[in-house]
Design a protein around this ligand. Structure first.
Ligand code: PMP
Ligand code: GLN
Length: 406
């Protein structure tokens, strides 16, 4: 038999799918894969249902329904004061994942270097490789996840074609600071590099922070591809509706990739997302406020149990340092035990690194109902206190278990 393509052959199933399967098999509370446990707005879902019945249910235009492309352009103006031509600068995709694949296939030639920032979202590396690109990795490091601008500058070479930036960042919960974004923009300009901006968590920032697309920086409008996801903005992750905003000369080849990857996206979902993007400011403020309250609930509970919770400025995720707990094993082993013994699924952060990963961080997803968060904390408390001498400061853990339970 001839070999299949080595980029995908032998890759493990994603950590998100693996942990979700384990959670189902063991009856664990699933704080692994990032999805809300309550579906998003009913009016948006009703709109999708009505559009499904009323039709048409035939191929929509390849670039997306005009009403959704107009809504994406209008959102760019409304939230970021970006002037975008919906006809030549916006395209709808089947999720941000497809948008990332299309963009990398369209922009990268074999041998091009693509800068990725670790910890990195799981699809980046295989997609860069499959496009023929060479991934050049730079790190943000816990606990503060600050960007080492000098290291980033060193990563740029004459072969650098693009940087792929995830802001707000999964799994770190980091929102890149204005100065960091300015430094990235300056490097892109200096080296004539494209910026592929995965901004799926653009409406999930906390503590009064506001998202600033890299595309809004001087000189970046012409070289940035901005990717959003209705899955995150409307708490409907299964819908897989994404959108790309890019200047016409970049959107054109990206659309050519899209036409042979999926060609289009279900029309009823597009109609509903177009409606959703027009919701009033209260909806968007409410989304981040609700998520912030869930973050606070999860973070204070985990801290009380002794986890070293890192700052979380946005996204669905709280990352914790396991070291203070004194548990044996690395993050993968601890997550495996946690799901089996505690009945709580989380994600080992080492899964977000290509090599030399730190091995004592774990990611908890907090976009869950309060009673689910509380239940998970209670289970974790019971588990940790039951581990006796294995747990540093187990008396504290026992005390906090009682607190979490009460
Ligand atoms: N990028 C990041 C950083 C994500 O966390 C996710 C998770 N859903 C995606 C892209 C994919 O988005 P979608 O489901 O719209 O494909
Ligand atoms: N983005 C989600 C996460 O980080 C997972 C999406 C997926 O499973 N592909 O958990």
């Amino acid at each position: 038999m001839k070999p299949t393509n080595p980029v995908f052959t032998g890759l493990p199933t994603t950590i998100f799918e693996t942990m979700s399967r384990l959670a189902i098999a063991t009856g664990a509370i699933n704080l692994g894969q990032g999805f809300p446990d309550v579906d998003g707005p009913e009016d948006v879902r009703r709109m999708a249902a009505e559009a499904l019945i009323e039709g048409p249910n035939q191929y929509p235009p390849m670039l997306g329904l005009p009403e959704l492309r107009q809504a994406v352009a209008a959102s760019n103006k409304r939230f970021y004061d970006l002037d975008v031509d919906w006809q030549s600068e916006v395209m709808v995709t089947s999720g941000a994942t497809e948008a990332l694949a299309d963009t990398l296939l369209a922009l990268i030639e074999p041998g091009d270097e693509v800068i990725l920032i670790e910890p990195l979202y799981d699809c980046y590396l295989p997609l860069v490789k499959r496009a023929g690109g060479i991934a050049v990795r730079v790190r943000v490091t816990p606990p503060d996840w600050a960007l080492d601008v000098r290291a980033l500058a060193d990563a740029f070479t004459e072969n650098t074609k693009a940087i792929l930036l995830n802001n707000p960042m999964n799994p770190a919960g980091k929102v890149f600071a204005e100065e960091e974004l300015a430094a990235i923009a300056a490097l892109c300009l200096e080296h004539g590099v494209y910026a592929i901006c995965d901004e799926v968590y653009e409406h999930l920032l906390f503590d009064g922070r506001r998202h600033r697309p890299l595309m809004t920086f001087e000189g970046m409008r012409e070289r940035s591809v901005r990717i959003g996801s209705a899955g995150k903005t409307f708490s409907l992750t299964g819908w897989k509706v994404g959108y790309v905003t890019a200047p016409p000369n970049l959107l054109e080849p990206i659309a050519k990739a899209h036409q042979f990857v999926t060609f289009t996206t279900p029309p009823n979902l597009q109609r509903a997302v177009a409606y959703g993007l027009g919701k009033d400011d209260g909806y968007f403020a409410g989304l981040s406020a609700e998520m912030q309250a869930k973050r606070d609930r999860m973070v204070s509970g985990l801290s009380a149990l002794g986890f070293g919770v890192l700052p979380c400025e946005g996204t669905y995720f709280a990352t914790c340092d396991l070291s203070p707990l004194g548990l044996a094993g690395d993050d993968v082993a601890i997550c495996a035990r946690m799901v089996e013994e505690a009945g709580v699924a989380a994600v080992p952060v080492s899964a977000f690194y290509a090599s030399d990963a730190p091995s004592h961080f774990v990611r908890f997803c907090f976009c869950k109902q309060d009673h689910v968060i509380d239940g998970a904390l209670q289970r974790l408390g019971t588990w940790l206190s039951g581990r006796g001498a294995a747990v540093a400061g187990s008396a504290v853990a026992a005390e906090t278990t009682a607190a979490a339970a009460g």
